[in-house]
Design a protein around this ligand. Sequence first.
Ligand code: MN
Length: 369
Amino acid sequence: MNLDKLQQWLQDNQQDIAMISNPITIAYFTGYEMEPHERIFVLLVFKDAEPFIFTPALNVEEAQNSEWNGDVLGYLDSESPWAMIADEIQRRTKADARWAIERDHLPVEKFQAMHSQFPDADFSGNLTPVVQKMRLFKTPTEIKKLQGAGAEADFAFQVGFNNIRTGVTERYIAGQIDYQLKLQKGVMHTSFETIVQAGTNAANPHLGPTMNQVKPNELVLFDLGTMHQGYASDASRTVAYGTPTDKQREIYEIDRTAQQAAIEAARPGMTASELDAVARNVIRKAGYGKYFIHRLGHGIGKDVHEFPSIVEGNDFVLAPGMCFSIEPGIYIPGVAGVRIEDCGVLTNDGFKPFTHTDKALKVLPLQEK
Ligand SMILES: [Mn+2]
C-alpha cells in the first residue's frame, strides 16, 4: 500500500505528522477520490498513530464506502474545521511538533489556519518532492489502470477518424469524441480538453479545437486522453484527409521514424536527456530540428503531466516502473504540424506502450458532410 511508504518516510525523517491537502495525492494514498472545491479535505498521517481523513460532512458516507478502510471525520459548514482537526490529532498522539506539508499545494490561508492551532510546531517539512518521487514508480495495479486509459484513447482515435468530413469543424469532431467516450465507454472525464487540429492549426501544438473547418488534402492532428479509475491517458495521432502532399508525407515519416527510434531505444539506465536526443537527432539530421519545439515527453499517472521530464539536459536516470510519453513533433508555421505520441511503461524489456493505434500514415478518403 502506498500509505506504508509515507509512514516509513515520517519515521526515517524524524517527522511527526504529514498533512496531505492535494486531492490527487489523497487519492494516491487512500483510493478515495474527491474534489472538495473551497471546503476542507485533508489526510493526516502520523509517525506513531492511525491516519484519518477529514472531509465535509456531506462526503463522509462516500469516503467510508470507498477503498479507504481508515477513519473518516466530517465537519458541518457551521463548524470550525481546523479546531476539530487539532482536537482529533491531540486525541491520537502527543507527537505533534514536526509537520510535513505539501508546499506546492497548500494555500497560505489554510496553512496559517492549521499553524495557528499548533503555534509552536515546526512546519518546515516538505512532502512535495517525497510524493513526486513515490509516484515515479508505478505498481502493477497502477499500470493496469494506465493501460485501461490507453484503450479508451485508442477508441477515441477511431471515433475521431470516422468523423472527419469536408466542412466539419474541429470542435464538432472533438465533441463527437467526448460524446462517444461517455456514451459507449462510460468515461466520466477526459484527462484534458480533446485537441483536434486541421491543416495549419496543427502547427500550434496546444491550440484548439477551434471552429476551423476541415478541408480536403490536409493533415489532421488529434491529441487526447481519458481518466480511467483515477489514471490518465494521453496520446496523439496525425492522419491525412485526402491525398497528402510530398511535404506532408515527408514530415510525417520523419516524425514517425523519430518516435519509433525513441521507443526502441528506451532502456533502464539511460538518462532522460539521452532518450530525448534519440528522437531529436533523427529530426535534426532530416533538417527539421528547429521545428521540434518541445521536450520529447513527460511522466504520466494520476496526472497527465508528472515526473520524469524527458528533456534535453535532464540527467535523471530512467528505471523500470516509470511511465512517460514519447511524443516528438514537427511544426512548420503556415504549412502543417505532425505529432505522434504514446505513453507507456519502461520495463527491463524496454518501453511498453499503453496505446496501439496504427502509426503508418493513414490516408482517409474525402467525404461530404
Ligand atoms: Mn503528452
